[in-house]
Write a protein that binds this ligand. Structure first.
Ligand code: ATP
Length: 363
């Protein structure tokens, strides 16, 4: 009689559906009652039709679909205790005391807070006569497990987040397409890619597409960057190259912390090199479309492991996030990872770039 619910929260990413499917099917296999919570925490607060029982068939034919079929949202109500009180009541009414949260560090922080507050929320619900003391005794512990869905690969504690590989495929496909037309017309293309304060997508793209120059947040350019990029592009053209590709991560900046945009780069190339330079901002294309084989398999393994971790959780166990470590899906303490991730963001904001890279701990 272990009720388990799965929901997706924060920004979507490809592979979330595969994770939902694996959670649901493993839960059914283990004999649990399993629910979808639609629209993330908003659905948990609103209850009603947003919390629906899932079955084997309800997750059929979703593994190849991008986005999340159960919807995702950002929810202000859940940030307030009153919202979390409503959410707790909605879960108790369905007998749900196990949650798989698929989202970013914010969603996982919210889940951890909810878990910590759970006993006091139940006390308040008993006091208000919303639930009975029998219900309180029966559902007195909330277990949570996190999965990280993000194209940015900016979460500490895992080698890859769900969605990153697909986003990389999408970017590379677009750059390959652009390269062929750039070649014909001897153009320079400046490509802006996502990643927030993390340069993983930009640096991987630059390697995989033979880009000539890149701007990433972790290694801000010096004041001489305009000379450097012009010299490099010129050198490539002199060696017979007919096109140039420049990658600009959305969080790129100089050493003073001023953002460097694709427009800034184009201006320099226009003025100094007089190339035919064009900008392409890939935007949400990077977050859309079918997940890659890697993301489908990663999400399947992580989803199944999340359900297993919940079923094995005890009152004393520390909440975990499922991570990829080498080729293994492993359980790591959720709040340690969240805190490290938030420390990286803080270091980036304070322009302590080397500290951020060290904290992130990935080569
Ligand atoms: P992304 O990486 O896409 O931004 P995220 O999970 O970090 O994903 P957030 O917007 O930070 O996205 O969080 C998603 C939701 O999680 C919020 O809208 C809110 O409902 C809940 N949440 C986040 N932080 C907290 C918190 N400190 N307390 C309670 N709820 C929170």
């Amino acid at each position: 009689d272990k009720g388990l619910a799965v929901f997706t929260s924060g920004g979507d990413s490809q592979g979330m559906n595969a994770a939902v499917r694996a959670c649901v099917r493993m839960a059914i296999y283990l004999g649990c009652k399993v629910y979808f919570i639609r629209e993330g925490y908003q659905g948990m607060v609103d209850g009603g039709d947003c919390i629906q029982e899932a079955n084997w068939a309800s997750v059929s034919s979703i593994i190849h679909r991008g986005g999340t079929i159960i919807g995702s949202a950002r929810c202000q109500d859940f940030r307030e205790r009153q919202g979390r009180l409503k959410a707790a009541n909605n879960l108790i009414q369905k007998g749900i005391t196990n949650l798989v949260v698929i989202g970013g560090d914010g969603s996982l922080t919210g889940a951890n807070l909810f878990r910590q507050e759970w006993p006091s929320l139940l006390d308040e619900l008993v006091k208000n006569k919303t639930i009975t003391t029998e219900q309180q005794d029966k559902f007195n512990v909330l277990h949570i497990v996190g999965l990280v869905g993000s194209i940015d690969n900016d979460f500490c504690g895992t080698d890859m987040t769900i969605g990153t590989d697909t986003a990389l495929h999408r970017i590379i496909e677009a750059i390959d397409a652009i390269s062929s037309t750039a070649y014909s017309h001897q153009r320079t293309f400046i490509m802006e890619v996502m990643g927030r304060h993390c340069g993983y997508l930009a640096i991987s793209t630059a390697i995989a597409t033979e880009a000539d120059f890149m701007f990433i947040p972790e290694e801000p350019v010096s004041v001489t960057w305009k000379d450097e990029i012009c010299a490099k592009l010129q050198q490539e053209r002199s060696a017979g190259q007919r096109l140039n590709i420049v990658i600009v991560a959305e969080g790129a900046m100089d050493r003073e912390g001023h953002p460097i945009t694709a427009e800034d780069v184009k201006k320099v190339i226009d003025e100094r090199l007089k190339h035919d330079a064009r900008i392409t901002v890939l935007g949400h294309v990077q977050r859309g479309g079918n997940p890659s084989a890697f993301d489908r398999i990663l999400a399947c393994r992580m989803g199944a492991e999340a359900t297993l971790a919940l079923m094995e959780a005890t009152k004393e166990s520390v909440p975990v996030v499922i991570s990829l470590d080498g080729n293994q899906a492993v359980r790591v303490p959720l709040m340690e990872c969240v805190e490290r991730t938030q420390a990286v963001a803080k270091a980036m904001k304070e322009k302590r770039w080397a500290d951020a890279v060290k904290l992130r701990g990935r080569s």
